[in-house]
Design a binder for this molecule. Structure first.
Ligand code: HEC
Ligand code: HEC
Length: 297
């Protein structure tokens, strides 16, 4: 049990005291202008699933699979919004991405479509196997970064940059072509060390609140934190339209939210650490269907 003082923030934390099945108490009270008390409430579901165990992309999802997408935890109205393309605000990004696909960035430069033709065919399944290794950079890149690499390498123009509207639109359009397909992380030995670092990051406690991703998304998934239900944290629907943002955003942005939530330093956009974490999340969600564009609170 640790007790620490950092600036004006003092935190005390009591670890599970409940009897088996009873409400576990993890209470981190943060006082003096830092944040509201962090209290997990509600019954804890066994949600670790095949999660961190090695999940083969080819293996069918077995009946013992207790993994659930955040979609299943949405309020009925939000869920209906995601499931109806006419209502899903994320579809606006997909539609913008579709027109950008065919547009030439400069008169002499090729459009995405000039090289990749009909995305419905050529981009089907691509998002399901990202992040992927890029030989030129000798490191993995996520789908948004891959699109920017095509800008610089193949269109001879400037990258859009992380979280810009045009990159999110093209990413949403490309990822949408995989909707319904199972997440299928590539079996590429070059990814192994990066993925392992992502898995380590996932279970390492961080930030002033001293919590690991696993503390919330495995051990306390299904319970409530303040008003929010803690989902299992599967990256099934990115880019998502988030009601809180009133906009679409990438998985990187979502992860930054969780990192700042525990008062940890978020990764810089496109940093290799951010991609490592994504590699781990995609492995953990292997076999779950892509939903892009998902809607989340
Ligand atoms: C001049 C041809 C060319 C253009 C234009 C181009 N790309 Fe590419 N793209 C490639 C090549 C070649 C690859 C294979 C990886 C590499 O060499 O960088 C690729 C790879 C990709 C991939 C990964 C595919 C996979 O199977 O992993 C995506 C996604 C992608 N491009 C999207 C885009 C988008 C979006 C645009 C428009 C902004 C675009 N590309 C423009 C040639 C192009
Ligand atoms: C203090 C608890 C907590 C910690 C620690 C935490 N998260 Fe979260 N996370 C949440 C909550 C709560 C949400 C849902 C927020 C909402 O939808 O309002 C969430 C959402 C997510 C989502 C979105 C899932 C979806 O359905 O789109 C992902 C992915 C995620 N977290 C990953 C992580 C990772 C990776 C870490 C570690 C770096 C982490 N989280 C740390 C509480 C936490």
């Amino acid at each position: 049990m640790s007790r620490r003082t950092r600036g004006a923030c003092r935190r005390t934390r009591a670890l599970p005291t409940g009897r088996r099945g009873a409400a576990v108490a993890i209470v981190a009270s943060v006082i003096a202008g830092c944040a509201a008390a962090l209290v997990f409430t509600g019954a804890r579901a066994d949600t670790s699933g095949p999660g961190t165990a090695a999940v083969s992309a080819a293996a069918p999802v077995v009946s013992a699979d207790v993994r659930r997408s955040g979609l299943e935890d949405l309020q009925p109205a939000t869920r209906a919004m995601q499931l109806d393309d006419g209502q899903n605000p994320g579809m606006l990004w997909v539609i913008e991405g579709e027109s950008a696909w065919a547009r030439r960035p400069d008169p002499g430069a090729p459009s995405c479509a000039d090289c990749h033709d009909d995305a419905r065919r050529t981009m089907r399944g691509v998002a399901a196997r990202y992040p992927a290794f890029d030989a030129g950079l000798a490191r993995p890149v996520d789908l948004g970064q891959r699109i920017d690499l095509c800008r610089t390498r193949h269109q001879g123009t400037a990258p859009f940059g992380p979280e810009t509207a045009p990159r999110l639109q093209l990413e949403a359009f490309v990822a949408h072509q995989s909707r319904g397909l199972p997440i299928a992380p590539p079996d590429d030995a070059r990814l192994a060390e990066f993925r392992a670092r992502g898995a380590l990051q996932y279970r390492t406690r961080m930030g002033q609140l001293d919590l690991a991703c696993a503390d919330c998304h495995d051990r306390n998934a299904g319970r409530r934190l303040g008003g929010s239900l803690i989902p299992q944290g599967h990256p099934t629907g990115y880019p998502i339209y988030r009601l809180e943002w009133q906009a679409a955003g990438s998985l990187q942005r979502r992860l930054r939210g969780c990192l700042t939530g525990v008062r940890a330093q978020p990764h810089a956009y496109d940093a290799v650490e951010a991609v490592e974490l994504q590699l781990h999340l995609m492995r953990r969600a292997a076999g779950m269907p892509i939903e892009t564009p998902a809607v989340r609170p």
